[in-house]
Design a protein around this ligand. Structure first.
Ligand SMILES: C[S@@+](CC[C@H](N)C(=O)[O-])C[C@H]1O[C@@H](n2cnc3c(N)ncnc32)[C@H](O)[C@@H]1O
Length: 273
């Protein structure tokens, strides 16, 4: 795939080719309590009757939310292909899946009790407008809960992959780099509060959780190679990166044939006053 001018066009083009990439990469990740980051996020809105997923992708989070005794669900995403994959999941009748920007939600004021977003809010531009839309569609007292990406746990395959990827991207032509995505403030508690307070949210509750993605090296590669940065790289560069990664993590491989791989996520939640 080639790089395109706007971040949203880039995301649409990337997910047209890989509609379910995030759930495939991170759905199998496990927190210390054995649950995935998707399941941890579900807990934050347990009992909410009407839940909106912002940047729902192929709908894994919606499917997990649906287990919670029949909430009314809706999901929005930029990618029609990801939404098509979400429609193939066993979701409750009446679940609304809409291809729109989170900056322009097609819902009435106060229509939801909770809004969730898994590894998506952090990619959104004009984030003040997204925050205003979330506040508008939530009821007073409603909850926003999201998972945003942290970094490598350290000393394992994810960190090594990051170094190799940076080298590959630095060596690639400028046209093979992704456009800047999202607003960095979403990745810290103080930054997220700066975005949410003006639209009426209270303090942000923030928890950092390590997610274990360790396993056979081929599976770990499948997870890390879902990163957006690989999208515009040519096939030969990706093949070389894969080769370098396998060689680089050889010394980390256990006698059982698995490599440790972990990254942290931040679980953030705030209530609308
Ligand atoms: C990393 S994926 C995460 C997908 C899903 N939440 C998951 O974790 O499996 C980010 C998703 O956010 C969507 N997205 C990014 N910016 C968006 C925006 N402004 N409005 C709606 N969706 C957006 C992308 O299309 C993509 O599907």
């Amino acid at each position: 795939m080639t790089n395109t001018a706007s971040p949203e066009d880039f995301l649409r083009a990337f997910h047209a080719q890989r509609p379910a990439v995030t759930a495939e990469a991170f759905g199998g990740g496990r927190a210390p309590d054995g649950r995935s980051s998707y399941e941890l996020l579900c807990d934050r809105v347990a009992g909410s009757r009407r839940v909106l997923d912002l940047g729902c992708g192929d709908g894994l989070l919606l499917e997990l939310l649906a287990r919670d005794d029949g909430p009314r669900l809706a999901g929005v995403d930029l990618s029609p292909q990801s939404l098509a994959a979400a429609r193939r999941r066993p979701l409750p009748a009446g679940t609304r899946l809409v291809a729109v920007r989170a900056q322009e939600l097609p819902f009435a004021d106060g229509e939801f009790d909770a809004c969730v977003s898994h590894l998506a809010l952090m990619l959104m531009g004009e984030v003040e407008q997204v925050a205003a839309e979330i506040a508008r569609v939530l009821v007073p007292g409603g909850t926003l809960a999201c998972v945003v990406g942290g970094g490598p746990v350290g000393g394992e395959a994810f960190e090594r992959f990051g170094r190799l990827l940076k080298r590959a991207v630095d060596e690639a032509p400028a046209s093979s780099r992704i456009p800047p995505l999202g607003d960095r403030r979403t990745r810290s508690r103080a930054g997220l509060e700066e975005i949410l307070r003006p639209v009426g949210f209270g303090p942000v509750h923030w928890q950092t959780v390590p997610i274990d993605l360790g396993g056979p090296v081929a599976r770990v590669w499948d997870a890390v190679s879902g990163f957006y940065e690989l999208g515009p790289l040519d096939t030969a560069t990706v093949a070389r990166l894969r080769e370098d990664f396998f060689a680089d993590v050889a010394d980390l491989t256990t006698p059982e044939g698995t490599v440790p791989c972990g990254f942290t996520v931040h679980l953030a939640a705030a209530r609308l006053r």
